[in-house]
Every structure is written in structure tokens, then in C-alpha cells.
Design a protein around this ligand. Structure first.
Ligand code: NAD
Length: 348
């Protein structure tokens, strides 16, 4: 199976994006984001996304080198429109503008709308954490056909609407990162399983006939079924809140069929940034976070596996993969094929 170093992979992705029309600075930010998603273990949001992005550029669903437009800048509030530009670049630039606002006001509220796919949301929580800020992110997905059924439904009515919370490291307490789709699994996980000839956890998908299944083909071969919501009514309700905060409140719009649906992936995101130093004493915060995380992580395991913290899996996968990222043949071949469409040979 192909094994490639993160730096070689980043260089291949950059060259491919430049060949597809991106300026080098944009290609570098997007490549870095995608490879870091692979390093974090989220292959569903890693370089495999090129198989979506390159056809998207060709079909006019994703605009390369698109500048964002600020539609509101008022005290702690910032509103940005991405005009279907590369989401990884526009979301990063938007948070770069919001971070000083949170330092100045103690909080910042960011409405980012109409970006092409912004990728792994944890990247933005990490960006805020590195600036010493707590962050919360609520995202909806538009333009794409709905993928996730409501609780008690079998028809897809939502995107995989991720939520993400980040808390910066405090003393010996590591950075806490909750970054998850509100479906049981992300769509990209069914793509990776489908191309790799694997199954998904039983019940993570429901067939068009309404049968719970472990077959990723349910999402990739017609008649399409749906992903099921996380934790029944709870994930369903969180997905609805992402539509309200991420979609409706940013002005990007919800997934309702009256809004544009051209077949691309458009993300809207509402982010709340909090400066913990403006709310608590740093000594108190460090002591509380150290005591809390030690207490939780030190609790007795129910089986063979230890209790870990949200963010631990990404950290340990990053450490394991820093020498090389492995691809199964199906996923690698699909990347080779799509890179060839812009004249870049990944097997050279
Ligand atoms: P997941 O199920 O792999 O992980 C979710 C979270 O659970 C992570 O924060 C992880 O640290 C934590 N976690 C995992 N095991 C744990 C354990 N044993 N104890 C404590 N915490 C644990 O993630 P997912 O739902 O499949 O999402 C994958 C990625 O897809 C995310 O990065 C998300 O942002 C991204 N996504 C993006 C979009 C979009 O439209 N841009 C849509 C959906 C998902």
C-alpha cells in the first residue's frame, strides 16, 4: 500500500492545486489543511477531497483565488461571505481577523457564509486554541443533496452538520478538541470505506428502503439511502441547531430545497470565540483544568481501553503518521486519476 511522507504529500497536493488554477499561497494553505486532516486521522477530510475539488473547479462550483467579502464588521462581530471560494483559505483568513477581536472584546461572534467546503472544522478550533482562545463552531452544509435523515425519518434532510469545541492547553491539561459530525459517521468515511472495499458500523446508514445497514454503497449507488443521526433525537436536534446558527443566522441559508442546490459542497459556519483570561484568573483556570482532566482521564476503564480525552485520538494519530501516511490502493488510485486530469503525475 502506498506510504508517503507528509512533506512529499503536501508538495504533490500543492502542485496539483496550482495546476488546477490556484495561486501558490492558496494552494499552500489548502494543501497544509488537507494533509493535517490526514495526520489527525480524518482521512475523510484529507487529500482525498481532491476527487471532489478538482471536478468542482472544472464545473464552476468552486472558485479558485476567490477573495472573501466582509459584509459586517462591528465591534466583536464579523460577517464574511466566501462566494464559493476555497473554504480552507477563507475560513483561516476570517479567523485571523476574528482572533484580535476576541482578544480586544473578550468574545467574538463570526458569521461565515457561502464558502466552498471548509474541511476539517477542528483545524479552526486549533487555530483559536493556538491564540489562547476557547472556540465553538456550528456548521451547516448546502448545495449538496441532503445526506442525513432526521430521527424517525428515512429520507435525508440534513448535511452532516459538524459541531466543534476547542479549549486551549492549560498547564499539564492538553488542548481539548471535540470535532464531530452530527451524523453517526461523516460522509467521507463512507467514501473511504466504499473505495477501500470495507464496511461501516451497522446502523450508521439506512437504505432507501428504510433498512439499517453496514454497506457504504448505500451512499454512493442509487437509489441513495441516508446516514443516520448521532444518538437518535440528540444528534438530530444538534443538526437542526447547526442549520439555524450556521445556515439561517449567517445569511448563508439552510438546506431547505428553496435554497440553491447545484451539487457542490457549500459550508456556512457560526463561530464563537472566548478569551478565557478575560473571564477567569489564569492560575485558577490552570489548576481547575489540570484537576478536571486528571480526574476524568484517571477514571477506571470499563474494559481493556483507557479513558482518553477528546483530542487525544488526533494527537496520537498525528504522532504515528508523522513519518508517513498510508493509503489503500483504491483511495490512492482515485487520487492518481484525478490529478492526471490537471496533468500532474502522482506516481512519478
Ligand atoms: P470522529 O467520530 O472520528 O471524532 C469525533 C470526536 O470525538 C473528536 O473530537 C475526537 O477527538 C473525539 N473522540 C474520538 N474517540 C474518543 C474517545 N474514545 N474518547 C473521547 N473522545 C474521543 O469524527 P467525525 O464525526 O467522523 O468527523 C470527522 C471529521 O469530519 C471532523 O473533523 C469534522 O469536522 C469533519 N466534518 C466536516 C464537515 C464539513 O461540512 N466541512 C461535515 C462533517 C464532518
Amino acid at each position: 500500500m502506498p506510504l508517503i511522507s507528509p512533506s512529499n504529500l503536501t508538495e504533490l497536493v500543492e502542485r496539483t492545486l496550482i495546476a488546477a488554477g490556484s495561486e501558490p499561497a492558496e494552494a499552500q494553505v489548502v494543501a497544509d489543511h488537507l494533509v493535517r486532516a490526514n495526520l489527525a486521522g480524518h482521512d475523510s477530510h484529507g487529500v482525498g477531497m481532491l476527487t471532489n475539488y478538482l471536478p468542482g473547479i472544472k464545473n464552476g462550483l468552486l472558485n479558485v483565488n476567490q477573495e472573501s467579502e466582509t459584509w459586517m464588521d462591528s465591534g466583536p462581530m464579523l460577517g464574511v461571505d466566501g462566494h464559493r471560494g476555497f473554504g480552507q483559505r477563507i475560513a483561516r483568513e476570517t479567523l485571523d481577523k476574528a482572533i484580535p477581536k476576541a482578544h480586544e472584546h473578550g468574545v467574538a461572534l463570526v458569521g461565515l457564509r457561502r464558502c466552498h467546503h471548509i474541511g476539517r472544522i477542528g483545524t479552526y478550533a486549533e487555530q483559536c486554541s493556538q491564540a489562547g482562545l476557547i472556540s465553538l463552531h456550528f456548521v451547516n452544509v448546502q448545495d449538496h443533496r441532503p445526506l442525513v435523515a432526521a430521527f424517525r425519518g428515512k429520507e435525508a434532510v440534513f448535511g452532516t452538520n459538524p459541531i466543534c469545541f476547542g479549549m486551549p492547553a492549560q498547564g499539564k491539561s492538553p488542548e481539548i478538541l471535540l470535532d464531530m459530525a452530527t451524523s453517526q459517521i461523516a460522509l467521507g468515511k463512507t467514501r473511504v470505506a466504499y473505495l477501500g472495499g470495507k464496511t461501516v458500523p451497522h446502523g450508521a446508514v439506512i437504505s432507501a428502503e428504510g433498512e439499517l445497514s453496514d454497506q457504504p454503497s448505500v451512499m454512493w449507488e442509487e437509489p441513495f439511502g441516508a446516514l443516520t443521526p448521532l444518538a437518535e433525537h440528540k444528534g438530530y436536534a444538534l443538526a437542526l441547531m447547526c442549520e439555524i446558527l450556521g445556515g439561517v443566522m449567517t445569511g448563508g441559508g439552510s438546506i431547505a430545497p428553496q435554497n440553491e442546490r447545484l451539487g457542490g459542497i457549500v459550508n456556512n459556519m457560526m463561530s464563537i470565540l472566548i478569551d478565557p483570561a478575560r473571564f477567569t484568573q489564569t492560575d485558577y483556570l490552570v489548576k481547575e483544568m489540570e484537576q478536571l482532566t486528571e480526574f476524568v482521564k484517571g477514571s477506571a476503564p470499563a474494559g481493556n481501553l483507557p479513558v482518553i480525552l477528546p483530542g487525544d485520538p488526533e494527537r496520537s494519530t498525528h504522532a504515528q503518521r508523522s513519518q508517513g501516511i498510508e493509503f489503500d490502493q483504491g483511495n490512492w488510485d482515485s487520487l492518481v486519476e484525478v490529478a492526471q486530469t490537471v496533468g500532474v503525475n502522482w506516481n512519478a
